[in-house]
Design a protein around this ligand. Structure first.
Ligand SMILES: Cc1ncc(COP(=O)(O)O)c(C=O)c1O
Length: 411
């Protein structure tokens, strides 16, 4: 999308606002599927948590994608978006047996990452096919909060617990139809996937009725010019070869599954915010925008980088700014950034705003969540209205307190 289109959307729908480019989502989806074209059965399950607007989900449905969900609400959103239960995998962590049973009743593929829950579920529902999330103990990911496959991680069933796992399966006679891993996000080195895949193949041999192997996700996307990204094409070629060899050895064409979020939507998204004021202090120049970590928390939460450009003044002289929000805690979007000269009222554009941005937004400071727009077929489609004060009050219950009696003052 170009600067003019973005500015026009901000003019029409106001700021702050999230904008997603459907064409970019589609090209990333196609890039991934063509990288694995030599695999007979490939399944991409878009990770709903990255960006869960119903129109985005409907768009993925038109591409032929399935979805990866982590809560009952995401499952319900997927169904509301028109996905069939068979196109949905439910990969929760730390949820109750009850929630897993609820999802299972809807007919979605269950993925379990906990031996105790597995034993309880298998005892009650031995006929329901279940996928197992393995923790291969591979340290991977851009940041400790998003590295989830290591030894200290709460995710998955450890490869060292396989004997116990097999005993549960044997005792309950449950049907394991898939195995899964997800080692973290922002994984640069494709050898991590290749190494972890060897562990997964070894594990897979222990199960006779598999239909699929799910390699999770974690592909790294570029955040700034010259940034390195996961080489999907090379990974596609190398992992497909290994997978095809494994299928021969296993004696069956299994489905190779992935569940990417960031790779599919990160670069499609732009977050626009307006500059309330440029404030010069003794040490720096702050550009203060009409937003904060209530709308975009990733930089403050785990130090993620979002390029920030001044789309109102692209030819302006470059100067250094620290871009901050209006929240009552420090909420720095970008420190000491070189940006074209900023004036009050300018629109700043934050890039890579498709994944884990709106979906992590909150009403902190009782602010409204922003509107969302999908740019599709050269047209801006409003896919979420900006909230209003009614949304802030919605679900709050105001108690009518009787006025306190005033104490008599003793004269
Ligand atoms: C189980 C699981 N699958 C898939 C994803 C998507 O990861 P990414 O957005 O890095 O592609 C995540 C992210 O947290 C996850 O936890």
């Amino acid at each position: 999308m170009d600067r003019g289109q973005l500015l026009k959307i901000a003019e029409e729908f106001g700021s702050p606002i999230y904008i997603y480019d459907a064409e970019k989502i589609e090209s990333q989806y196609k890039r991934l599927t063509s990288a694995f074209k030599s695999v007979k059965k490939l399944k991409i399950n878009y990770a709903v948590k990255a960006l869960s607007n119903i129109s985005i989900l409907k768009f993925f449905n038109t591409l032929g994608s399935g979805i990866d969900t982590v809560s009952m609400q995401e499952v319900q959103l997927g169904l509301a978006a028109g996905f069939k239960p068979q196109q949905i995998i439910f990969t929760p962590n730390g949820v109750s047996l009850h929630e897993i049973e609820e999802a299972s009743k809807l007919g979605v593929q269950i993925n379990i990452d906990n031996l105790s829950i597995l034993e309880q579920f298998g005892t009650k529902h031995p006929k329901t096919p279940v996928c197992i999330r393995i923790n291969p103990h591979v340290m991977a990911g851009g940041n400790s909060n998003i590295s989830v496959g290591h030894i200290d991680s709460k995710f998955g069933i450890s490869i060292h617990q396989i004997p116990h796992l097999l005993r549960i399966i044997d005792n309950t006679k449950m049907n394991i139809n898939g195995i899964h891993m997800h080692t973290g996000s922002d994984i640069l080195d494709i050898d991590v996937f290749l190494y972890a895949s060897e562990i997964l193949f070894e594990t897979a041999k222990q199960f006779k009725n598999l239909e699929f192997i799910d390699f999770g996700s974690g592909f790294k996307v570029p955040y700034k010019a010259g940034d390195i990204e996961t080489n999907i094409e090379e990974l596609g070629q190398k992992l497909s070869d290994k997978f095809n060899d494994f299928c021969k050895e296993y004696g069956k064409d299994l489905t190779l599954a992935f569940e990417p979020g960031k790779f599919l939507v990160s670069e499609s998204g732009f977050f626009l915010a307006q500059v309330n004021s440029v404030k010069q202090t003794t040490s720096t120049v702050f550009a203060q925008v009409d937003s904060g970590f209530n709308h975009l928390i990733r930089p403050m939460f785990y130090g993620s980088h979002h390029d920030i450009i001044n789309i109102s003044n692209p030819e302006g002289r470059e100067r250094f700014y620290t871009v901050v929000g209006y929240i009552c805690e420090t909420d720095t979007f970008g420190n000491n950034r070189r940006i074209n000269e900023i004036n009050d009222g300018d629109i700043l554009c934050f890039k890579n705003a498709g994944a884990y941005c709106f979906s992590m937004a909150s009403n902190y400071n009782s602010r409204f969540k922003p509107a969302e727009v999908l740019w599709y077929n050269n047209k801006a489609h409003l896919i979420r209205k900006r909230e209003t004060f009614d949304d802030i009050l919605n679900n709050q219950i105001a108690i009518d307190f009787a006025p306190k009696k005033e104490k008599q003052l003793v004269k």
